[in-house]
Design a protein around this ligand. Sequence first.
Ligand code: APR
Length: 308
Amino acid sequence: MRKKITVIGAGNVGATTALRIAEKELGDVVLLDIVEGLPQGLGLDLYESSPISGFDSKIIGTNDYQDTKGSDVVVVTAGLARKPGMSREDLLQKNAAIIKSVVQQTAKYSPDSIIIIVTNPLDIMTQLAKKISGFPKNRVLGMAGVLDSGRMRSFIAEALNISVKDVSAMVLGGHGDAMVPLPRYTCVSGKPITDLLPADKISAIVERTRKGGAEIVNLLKTGSAYYAPSAAAAQMVEAIIKDKKVVLPCAAYLEGEYGLKDVYIGVPAKLGSNGIEEIIELKLSAAELSALKKSADVVKENVNKLGA
Ligand code: APR
Protein backbone atom coordinates (compact mmCIF):
# COMPACT_ATOMS: atom_id res chain seq x y z
CA MET A 1 0.00 0.00 0.00
CA ARG A 2 1.15 3.52 -0.71
CA LYS A 3 2.40 5.65 2.13
CA LYS A 4 0.44 8.75 3.09
CA ILE A 5 2.16 12.05 3.67
CA THR A 6 0.38 15.17 4.89
CA VAL A 7 1.77 18.66 4.44
CA ILE A 8 0.13 21.23 6.70
CA GLY A 9 0.26 24.82 5.46
CA ALA A 10 -0.21 25.32 1.73
CA GLY A 11 2.00 28.38 1.45
CA ASN A 12 5.19 28.60 -0.55
CA VAL A 13 7.11 26.06 1.51
CA GLY A 14 4.17 23.66 1.92
CA ALA A 15 3.04 23.62 -1.71
CA THR A 16 6.58 23.18 -3.00
CA THR A 17 7.25 20.42 -0.46
CA ALA A 18 4.08 18.63 -1.61
CA LEU A 19 5.26 18.81 -5.21
CA ARG A 20 8.71 17.48 -4.38
CA ILE A 21 7.30 14.59 -2.34
CA ALA A 22 4.91 13.66 -5.15
CA GLU A 23 7.60 13.91 -7.82
CA LYS A 24 9.75 11.52 -5.80
CA GLU A 25 6.71 9.18 -5.60
CA LEU A 26 7.14 8.80 -1.84
CA GLY A 27 3.42 8.27 -1.37
CA ASP A 28 0.06 10.01 -1.73
CA VAL A 29 0.02 13.58 -0.53
CA VAL A 30 -2.58 15.56 1.42
CA LEU A 31 -2.11 19.31 1.51
CA LEU A 32 -4.03 21.05 4.30
CA ASP A 33 -4.52 24.74 5.03
CA ILE A 34 -7.04 26.85 6.93
CA VAL A 35 -7.73 29.08 3.93
CA GLU A 36 -10.74 27.75 2.10
CA GLY A 37 -10.07 26.76 -1.52
CA LEU A 38 -6.32 27.35 -1.38
CA PRO A 39 -5.15 23.78 -0.70
CA GLN A 40 -7.90 22.36 -2.94
CA GLY A 41 -6.84 24.56 -5.85
CA LEU A 42 -3.15 23.92 -5.38
CA GLY A 43 -3.72 20.20 -4.83
CA LEU A 44 -5.67 19.94 -8.07
CA ASP A 45 -3.10 21.93 -10.01
CA LEU A 46 -0.30 19.73 -8.61
CA TYR A 47 -2.22 16.54 -9.41
CA GLU A 48 -2.86 17.71 -12.97
CA SER A 49 0.91 18.04 -13.42
CA SER A 50 1.38 14.33 -12.65
CA PRO A 51 0.68 12.89 -16.13
CA ILE A 52 3.01 15.45 -17.65
CA SER A 53 5.82 14.99 -15.14
CA GLY A 54 5.12 11.27 -14.99
CA PHE A 55 4.54 10.56 -11.30
CA ASP A 56 1.87 8.36 -9.79
CA SER A 57 1.30 10.04 -6.45
CA LYS A 58 -2.19 11.30 -5.80
CA ILE A 59 -2.38 14.80 -4.34
CA ILE A 60 -5.45 16.31 -2.71
CA GLY A 61 -5.98 19.61 -0.93
CA THR A 62 -8.29 20.01 2.06
CA ASN A 63 -9.32 22.07 5.08
CA ASP A 64 -10.45 18.95 6.95
CA TYR A 65 -8.15 16.88 9.17
CA GLN A 66 -10.35 13.86 8.53
CA ASP A 67 -8.64 13.63 5.12
CA THR A 68 -5.22 13.41 6.80
CA LYS A 69 -6.25 10.36 8.84
CA GLY A 70 -3.59 7.66 9.20
CA SER A 71 -0.71 9.67 7.71
CA ASP A 72 2.72 8.09 7.99
CA VAL A 73 4.58 11.40 7.94
CA VAL A 74 3.24 14.90 8.63
CA VAL A 75 5.25 17.93 7.57
CA VAL A 76 4.21 21.13 9.34
CA THR A 77 4.82 24.38 7.46
CA ALA A 78 1.80 26.29 8.79
CA GLY A 79 2.63 29.62 10.30
CA LEU A 80 3.04 33.31 9.87
CA ALA A 81 6.08 35.04 8.52
CA ARG A 82 7.35 38.03 10.48
CA LYS A 83 5.69 41.19 9.22
CA PRO A 84 6.89 44.77 9.60
CA GLY A 85 6.16 45.99 13.11
CA MET A 86 5.91 42.48 14.50
CA SER A 87 8.45 41.59 17.15
CA ARG A 88 10.13 38.19 17.32
CA GLU A 89 8.16 37.71 20.52
CA ASP A 90 4.84 38.31 18.71
CA LEU A 91 5.84 35.83 16.04
CA LEU A 92 6.80 33.29 18.66
CA GLN A 93 3.41 33.54 20.38
CA LYS A 94 1.40 33.52 17.14
CA ASN A 95 3.19 30.56 15.59
CA ALA A 96 3.09 28.69 18.89
CA ALA A 97 -0.70 28.98 18.85
CA ILE A 98 -0.79 27.65 15.27
CA ILE A 99 1.57 24.76 16.04
CA LYS A 100 -0.47 23.87 19.09
CA SER A 101 -3.70 23.47 17.14
CA VAL A 102 -2.05 21.76 14.16
CA VAL A 103 -0.21 19.24 16.33
CA GLN A 104 -3.28 18.48 18.44
CA GLN A 105 -5.19 17.57 15.28
CA THR A 106 -2.24 15.61 13.91
CA ALA A 107 -1.92 13.55 17.08
CA LYS A 108 -5.66 12.87 17.00
CA TYR A 109 -5.90 11.80 13.35
CA SER A 110 -2.44 10.33 12.78
CA PRO A 111 -1.33 8.97 16.17
CA ASP A 112 1.42 6.82 14.65
CA SER A 113 2.87 9.48 12.39
CA ILE A 114 6.30 11.03 12.36
CA ILE A 115 6.09 14.83 12.58
CA ILE A 116 8.61 17.05 10.82
CA ILE A 117 8.36 20.69 11.86
CA VAL A 118 9.43 23.38 9.39
CA THR A 119 7.70 26.41 10.94
CA ASN A 120 9.98 28.99 12.54
CA PRO A 121 11.33 29.62 15.10
CA LEU A 122 12.19 26.04 14.30
CA ASP A 123 13.78 24.48 17.36
CA ILE A 124 11.24 26.04 19.71
CA MET A 125 8.26 24.98 17.58
CA THR A 126 9.66 21.44 17.42
CA GLN A 127 9.97 21.26 21.20
CA LEU A 128 6.40 22.53 21.53
CA ALA A 129 5.23 19.90 19.03
CA LYS A 130 6.77 17.12 21.10
CA LYS A 131 5.03 18.33 24.22
CA ILE A 132 1.62 18.80 22.58
CA SER A 133 1.68 15.52 20.65
CA GLY A 134 2.98 13.42 23.52
CA PHE A 135 4.85 11.44 20.83
CA PRO A 136 8.17 9.81 21.68
CA LYS A 137 11.24 11.85 20.77
CA ASN A 138 12.10 9.72 17.71
CA ARG A 139 8.81 10.73 16.06
CA VAL A 140 9.12 14.52 16.37
CA LEU A 141 11.94 16.29 14.56
CA GLY A 142 12.70 19.59 12.92
CA MET A 143 14.05 20.59 9.52
CA ALA A 144 16.89 23.07 9.60
CA GLY A 145 20.31 21.47 9.42
CA VAL A 146 19.74 19.97 5.97
CA LEU A 147 18.83 23.44 4.70
CA ASP A 148 21.68 25.22 6.47
CA SER A 149 24.27 22.67 5.38
CA GLY A 150 22.80 22.71 1.86
CA ARG A 151 23.39 26.44 1.75
CA MET A 152 26.93 26.00 3.00
CA ARG A 153 27.61 23.27 0.42
CA SER A 154 26.42 25.49 -2.39
CA PHE A 155 28.72 28.35 -1.31
CA ILE A 156 31.72 26.00 -1.06
CA ALA A 157 31.06 24.41 -4.45
CA GLU A 158 30.84 27.89 -5.95
CA ALA A 159 34.08 29.04 -4.28
CA LEU A 160 36.03 25.97 -5.44
CA ASN A 161 34.28 25.56 -8.80
CA ILE A 162 33.41 21.93 -8.08
CA SER A 163 30.32 19.73 -8.03
CA VAL A 164 27.95 20.27 -5.12
CA LYS A 165 27.80 16.46 -4.93
CA ASP A 166 31.42 16.32 -3.78
CA VAL A 167 30.80 18.64 -0.84
CA SER A 168 29.49 17.42 2.49
CA ALA A 169 28.87 20.00 5.20
CA MET A 170 27.85 19.88 8.83
CA VAL A 171 25.88 22.65 10.51
CA LEU A 172 24.73 22.11 14.08
CA GLY A 173 22.89 24.21 16.64
CA GLY A 174 19.74 26.24 16.42
CA HIS A 175 18.31 27.47 13.14
CA GLY A 176 19.14 31.16 13.23
CA ASP A 177 21.95 33.48 14.15
CA ALA A 178 23.19 30.99 16.75
CA MET A 179 23.73 28.11 14.31
CA VAL A 180 27.08 26.35 14.49
CA PRO A 181 28.63 25.54 11.10
CA LEU A 182 31.55 23.11 11.51
CA PRO A 183 34.31 23.70 8.92
CA ARG A 184 36.36 20.82 10.42
CA TYR A 185 33.58 18.40 9.51
CA THR A 186 32.93 19.99 6.14
CA CYS A 187 34.72 18.11 3.38
CA VAL A 188 35.28 17.95 -0.35
CA SER A 189 35.69 14.31 -1.38
CA GLY A 190 36.99 13.52 2.08
CA LYS A 191 39.34 16.52 2.43
CA PRO A 192 38.34 19.06 5.08
CA ILE A 193 37.76 22.54 3.65
CA THR A 194 40.25 23.87 6.19
CA ASP A 195 42.89 22.33 3.85
CA LEU A 196 41.33 23.80 0.71
CA LEU A 197 40.27 27.35 1.45
CA PRO A 198 41.98 30.20 3.31
CA ALA A 199 40.64 30.97 6.80
CA ASP A 200 39.11 34.31 5.80
CA LYS A 201 37.19 32.70 2.93
CA ILE A 202 35.89 29.99 5.28
CA SER A 203 34.80 32.63 7.80
CA ALA A 204 32.95 34.50 5.06
CA ILE A 205 31.17 31.28 4.00
CA VAL A 206 30.27 30.48 7.61
CA GLU A 207 28.85 33.98 8.09
CA ARG A 208 26.89 33.81 4.82
CA THR A 209 25.46 30.42 5.86
CA ARG A 210 24.38 31.84 9.21
CA LYS A 211 22.57 34.67 7.49
CA GLY A 212 21.39 32.59 4.52
CA GLY A 213 17.69 33.01 5.29
CA ALA A 214 18.00 36.77 5.82
CA GLU A 215 19.94 37.19 2.55
CA ILE A 216 16.97 35.78 0.66
CA VAL A 217 14.36 37.73 2.63
CA ASN A 218 16.25 40.93 1.84
CA LEU A 219 16.21 40.13 -1.85
CA LEU A 220 12.59 38.96 -2.03
CA LYS A 221 11.30 41.73 0.25
CA THR A 222 7.84 40.17 0.54
CA GLY A 223 8.55 36.58 1.47
CA SER A 224 11.14 34.08 2.54
CA ALA A 225 12.99 31.15 0.98
CA TYR A 226 11.10 28.08 -0.11
CA TYR A 227 12.92 26.15 -2.83
CA ALA A 228 15.79 25.07 -0.59
CA PRO A 229 13.63 24.62 2.53
CA SER A 230 11.19 22.39 0.63
CA ALA A 231 14.04 20.38 -0.89
CA ALA A 232 15.40 19.81 2.62
CA ALA A 233 12.02 18.76 4.02
CA ALA A 234 11.44 16.36 1.10
CA GLN A 235 14.86 14.78 1.62
CA MET A 236 13.98 14.08 5.26
CA VAL A 237 10.61 12.58 4.27
CA GLU A 238 12.39 10.37 1.72
CA ALA A 239 14.89 9.15 4.34
CA ILE A 240 12.00 8.10 6.60
CA ILE A 241 9.67 6.63 3.97
CA LYS A 242 12.46 4.65 2.31
CA ASP A 243 14.06 3.69 5.64
CA LYS A 244 17.37 4.96 4.30
CA LYS A 245 19.28 5.13 7.62
CA VAL A 246 21.01 8.22 6.29
CA VAL A 247 22.70 10.67 8.64
CA LEU A 248 21.30 14.18 8.25
CA PRO A 249 21.52 17.17 10.57
CA CYS A 250 18.07 17.61 12.17
CA ALA A 251 16.56 19.33 15.17
CA ALA A 252 16.48 16.42 17.63
CA TYR A 253 15.60 16.08 21.31
CA LEU A 254 18.75 15.66 23.38
CA GLU A 255 18.92 13.77 26.62
CA GLY A 256 22.54 14.12 27.56
CA GLU A 257 24.17 13.99 24.11
CA TYR A 258 26.66 16.82 23.63
CA GLY A 259 26.21 17.52 27.36
CA LEU A 260 22.74 18.98 26.68
CA LYS A 261 19.46 17.86 28.17
CA ASP A 262 15.75 18.30 27.47
CA VAL A 263 16.21 20.56 24.49
CA TYR A 264 15.75 20.41 20.73
CA ILE A 265 18.83 21.44 18.80
CA GLY A 266 20.40 20.66 15.43
CA VAL A 267 22.65 17.58 15.54
CA PRO A 268 23.49 14.80 13.07
CA ALA A 269 20.92 12.01 13.31
CA LYS A 270 20.28 8.72 11.56
CA LEU A 271 16.88 8.86 9.83
CA GLY A 272 14.90 5.76 8.99
CA SER A 273 11.38 4.37 9.21
CA ASN A 274 11.33 5.01 12.97
CA GLY A 275 12.22 8.66 12.51
CA ILE A 276 15.31 9.60 14.48
CA GLU A 277 16.98 6.25 15.08
CA GLU A 278 20.27 7.46 16.51
CA ILE A 279 21.96 10.70 17.41
CA ILE A 280 25.52 10.88 16.20
CA GLU A 281 27.94 12.53 18.61
CA LEU A 282 30.78 14.27 16.82
CA LYS A 283 33.92 15.11 18.75
CA LEU A 284 33.71 18.87 19.18
CA SER A 285 36.34 21.34 20.33
CA ALA A 286 35.68 23.34 23.51
CA ALA A 287 34.78 26.38 21.37
CA GLU A 288 32.36 24.40 19.20
CA LEU A 289 30.73 22.82 22.26
CA SER A 290 30.30 26.17 23.91
CA ALA A 291 28.74 27.59 20.69
CA LEU A 292 26.32 24.65 20.66
CA LYS A 293 25.47 25.21 24.32
CA LYS A 294 24.86 28.90 23.68
CA SER A 295 22.56 27.98 20.82
CA ALA A 296 20.68 25.53 23.10
CA ASP A 297 20.38 28.20 25.81
CA VAL A 298 18.57 30.49 23.36
CA VAL A 299 16.11 27.69 22.54
CA LYS A 300 15.55 26.88 26.24
CA GLU A 301 14.98 30.51 27.12
CA ASN A 302 12.28 30.83 24.46
CA VAL A 303 10.71 27.49 25.31
CA ASN A 304 10.42 28.73 28.91
CA LYS A 305 8.71 31.90 27.68
CA LEU A 306 6.06 29.67 26.12
CA GLY A 307 5.84 27.52 29.19
CA ALA A 308 6.49 24.53 26.90
N1 APR B 1 -3.50 25.54 9.95
C1 APR B 1 -3.13 25.30 8.66
N2 APR B 1 -2.50 26.21 7.92
C2 APR B 1 -2.25 27.40 8.46
C3 APR B 1 -2.60 27.73 9.79
C4 APR B 1 -3.26 26.72 10.55
N3 APR B 1 -3.62 26.92 11.80
N4 APR B 1 -2.20 28.99 10.04
C5 APR B 1 -1.61 29.45 8.93
N5 APR B 1 -1.65 28.51 7.97
C6 APR B 1 -1.14 28.56 6.60
C7 APR B 1 -1.43 29.91 5.93
O1 APR B 1 -2.78 30.00 5.51
C8 APR B 1 -0.44 29.87 4.76
O2 APR B 1 -1.03 29.32 3.59
O3 APR B 1 0.27 28.47 6.55
C9 APR B 1 0.68 28.95 5.27
C10 APR B 1 2.02 29.64 5.41
O4 APR B 1 2.47 29.96 4.15
P1 APR B 1 3.39 31.21 3.77
O5 APR B 1 2.89 32.42 4.45
O6 APR B 1 3.57 31.20 2.29
O7 APR B 1 4.79 30.87 4.48
P2 APR B 1 5.96 29.94 3.90
O8 APR B 1 6.90 30.79 3.13
O9 APR B 1 5.38 28.75 3.26
O10 APR B 1 6.69 29.55 5.26
C11 APR B 1 6.04 28.72 6.21
O11 APR B 1 8.07 27.73 6.98
O12 APR B 1 10.30 28.14 6.52
C12 APR B 1 9.25 28.37 7.41
O13 APR B 1 9.75 30.57 8.33
C13 APR B 1 8.88 29.84 7.50
O14 APR B 1 7.52 29.59 9.45
C14 APR B 1 7.49 29.76 8.04
C15 APR B 1 6.95 28.47 7.40
